[in-house]
Design a protein around this ligand. Structure first.
Ligand SMILES: [Zn+2]
Ligand SMILES: [Zn+2]
Length: 232
């Protein structure tokens, strides 16, 4: 996720204002994820259809729901950590993640200038250390529910920045508005609460389903106290 002051011009690999070698890396990451995910997804679909039964479908729906909730929590946790801990000078994570989240608070709409590749490539790339080993080592026949859990988790983690971007669009296309009205995707009004002082809640940016409960229980304030105490 990057924020920038103005819309970049068109170049051979699309609109972007950073070195082409990074753009190539992003395109390759997205393409590799897509190919790997199709392979993994087809294995799961084959397995589920082979043992088609109500309890199997029910089990897949349950683990799918758990993965959906997990993805929302992870989005909130990463967002919380990047907003509250470290600086842009923090090794490894500082420039790539912490800086982007801090700049996002200065210019929330800036991320909407980025195209799909720029906004989402980082998250797709971060799924690869889970997706590739799953294809190589996970026996889908024996662990179909684990495979389904990981597949749904990766889908929602991968699209988190895109959903976050929709929540900041000034003009949201009607099709996206309909998606935002479902519990599956973060609603603009809900996310605005995070961008409202004191900026210390509503960190979840995938679906936002956990935002009300984590806010009501003061989860993030408690976690911040724990983090600060552990650093003393
Ligand atoms: Zn934030
Ligand atoms: Zn935001």
């Amino acid at each position: 996720m990057r924020c920038r002051p103005s819309r970049p011009g068109r170049r051979p690999l699309g609109r972007y204002d950073y070195p082409t070698k990074f753009r190539v890396f992003e395109v390759v990451s997205l393409a590799f994820f897509a190919v790997c995910f199709v392979v993994f997804g087809l294995r799961i679909l084959n397995e589920v259809s082979d043992r088609f039964a109500v309890e199997v479908i029910g089990g897949v729906l349950v683990v799918g729901f758990l993965a959906f909730v997990t993805a929302d929590f992870l989005s909130g946790l990463v967002h919380f950590l990047c907003d509250n801990l470290g600086t842009s000078d923090t090794p490894v994570l500082g420039q790539k993640f912490i800086k982007a989240f801090r700049e996002h608070h200065d210019d929330p709409v800036g991320m909407t200038d980025g195209d799909f590749i720029e906004v989402n490539a980082d998250n797709f790339f971060m799924c690869l250390p889970v997706l590739v080993p799953s294809i190589v080592w996970l026996d889908v026949h024996r662990h179909v529910y684990l495979a389904a859990y990981l597949a749904v988790l990766m889908v929602f983690v991968a699209i988190t920045n895109e959903v976050h971007k929709w929540a900041h669009m000034v003009e949201v296309p009607s099709a996206l508005q309909r998606l935002q009205r479902t519990p599956l995707f973060l609603a603009s009004e809900m996310h605005q609460r995070h961008h409202t002082a004191p900026y210390d809640s509503y960190y979840c940016i995938t679906s936002g389903v956990l935002n009300p409960v984590l806010t009501r229980t003061h989860f993030w304030q408690g976690l911040l106290r724990v983090c600060r105490r552990s650093r003393q």
